[in-house]
Write a protein that binds this ligand. Structure first.
Ligand code: AP5
Ligand code: ZN
Length: 217
């Protein structure tokens, strides 16, 4: 499977990709996660990326294209991948097309997870994730289940919830504006390629997931 999950910040790309990865063992390639890992390791890449991410603007195309190029080259052609948060600009989409031609691994589908903007703001400001097992939660919509048992990554203690710095309200609205301006044009781009499928993401995560599985056949 070779799949792109497209959608605004907070649409549920990470949530759905985690489920697909758990059930179908397809690796998720999330440029946001790769960049956050670089920030927490304090690498040169992380130091550069942080200056963009904390403002809610995009990291330069050449930086993220380089990261994805490296990940795709290492990927197992038989299992495929789920791209989450990439591409995000027309330049990135064209670079990806060229990369995939070179690898002889054509894209199979682009699924747009469609959610109204008012809902996105509430999802992002209430999002928390576990610092240990990285599961994504929401204070109201998807709180961590009371344990024990706790997740297998930390069986002796509950999840440790943290908030992403870019989920502060001011940064959240900037990210939505950046999405509308830079990423939304990709909807038309993939519709023209006849690869686009639209999923109504304004429903509970399990419903969205079963619909996604149905779309993927
Ligand atoms: P990135 O990490 O990619 O963030 P994003 O696109 O803003 O997406 P999110 O992770 O915020 O949302 P999501 O759709 O995954 O939603 P989630 O499942 O968590 O990017 C961060 C930054 O990195 C960018 O701003 C940029 O600076 C940089 N960057 C990354 N990629 C880049 C690129 N390609 N080019 C340039 N720069 C790049 O869900 C959100 C919340 O909603 C959670 O609390 C969840 O529990 C809840 N939720 C999920 N589904 C539902 C549902 N169906 N109903 C109710 N609640 C739900
Ligand atoms: Zn946890």
């Amino acid at each position: 499977r070779r799949l792109i999950l497209l959608g605004a910040p907070g649409a549920g790309k990470g949530t759905q990709a985690q489920k697909l990865m758990a059930d179908l063992a397809i690796p998720q390639i999330s440029t946001g996660d790769i960049l956050r890992a670089a920030i927490s390791r304090g690498t040169a890449l992380g130091q550069e990326a942080k200056t963009y991410m904390e403002r809610g603007v995009l990291v330069p195309d050449e930086v993220v294209i380089g990261l994805v190029e490296q990940r795709l080259a290492e990927a197992d052609a038989a299992t495929g991948w789920i791209l989450d948060g990439f591409p995000r600009t027309p330049v990135q989409a064209e670079a990806l097309d060229a990369l995939l031609v070179g690898l002889g691994q054509p894209l199979e589908a682009v699924v747009l997870i469609d959610v109204p903007e008012a809902q996105l703001i509430e999802r992002l400001t209430g999002r928390r994730s576990c610092a240990i097992c990285k599961r994504i939660y929401h204070l109201r919509f998807n709180p961590p289940p009371p344990g024990p048992p706790y997740p297998s990554e930390h069986p002796d203690r509950p999840c440790e919830l943290v908030q992403r710095p870019d989920d502060a309200l001011e940064v959240v609205s900037k990210r939505q504006a950046v999405y509308r301006q830079s990423t939304e044009p990709l909807i038309a781009y993939y519709r023209e390629q006849k690869k686009l499928q639209v999923l109504d993401g304004d429903r509970p995560p399990e419903i969205v997931y079963s619909e996604l599985r149905r779309l993927l056949g």
